[in-house]
Ligand binder design. Sequence first.
Ligand SMILES: *Cc1c(COP(=O)(O)O)cnc(C)c1O
Length: 351
Amino acid sequence: MSYSGVINKYLEYLPFTEGVRPVTLLEGNTPLIEADNLRDELKAPCKIFLKFEGANPTGSFKDRGMTVAITEAVHRNAEAVICASTGNTSASAAAYAAKAGLQAFVILPKGKIAVGKLAQALIYGAKVIEIDGNFDDALRIVREIGEKTNVVIVNSINPFRIEGQKTASFEILETLGSSPTHHSLPVGNAGNITAYWKGYKEWASKKHSSLPKMLGFQAEGSAPIFHGKIIEHPETVATAIRIGNPASWKLAVQALDESKGQINIVTDSEILEAQRVIARTEGIFCEPASASSVAGLRNLLNKRYFTGKDVVVCTLTGNGLKDPDTASRGITPPLTAAPSLSEVLNLMNLN
Ligand SMILES: *Cc1c(COP(=O)(O)O)cnc(C)c1O
């Protein structure tokens, strides 16, 4: 059977009955890439796999949850959906709402959204409202609108989002044939780490697979879970995880505790360095937030946390093309030459 999206593929694990009509852009089924070059570069004793969620239809893992949330919203005869977003949720909500013929409203922190993500929300036809505030302010407003109106909230506080996102764990389990020993991922609102852990546990209870340790990484200036307190003014170059009061805080702590994993911080420069290393060694361009999974792995490798028996999966949550500005700042600009063979050859510096 040809691939028809995460709802059809994993229907038995989702809160739908047979006959549901999925709103799908054929999300999921993303590559799990064995990163041998990265392993050599980092001198890692363990195996490293990269789950490249930037290969989803709108370029981030949000599509897995959005197909489920929008399908449910249509089932409930919703007229419109709304989300607060650091960028990717709005892009995904706008695309799936377009496919479903629903109006999407998007509340964004002004000036803190990567250009590609804003362009996506607009071209998919969402009504975009920027506020002079941060993500946490936007989510507070969205929660109130959800209480006062019939507009359906499609942030990860909507449990259907988590249901969809857990399917990434299923794909990893199917591809590897067993659970990895560790799973590393960036943490913003903490919905994704919650979803992966739910997925691993559900599979384990049905198929008796083992469970990984969950490793979460927050940016140094936006690390409420790590510090155990709300951060009023979160800052980081990794805008997708620039969140001071995570919606799924408690569930994430539970996932970390139950799995005997840990949460740690990575600096912005470690994040940007990891982004370049992943691109240069593996040919994968992920966005800054995504690279924190590898930046964090690198820090743990330096502490000799892993052994040769370990298998680590890092989720690369989104596509680097969404945020070309940040990527271009840290890299060598192109060389320039007159349109002359000798000048070009000269610059190529072959011998
Ligand atoms: C949403 C997002 C995150 C953070 O995921 P949470 O579920 O909020 O923890 C990380 N990276 C990217 C690219 C994202 O879009």
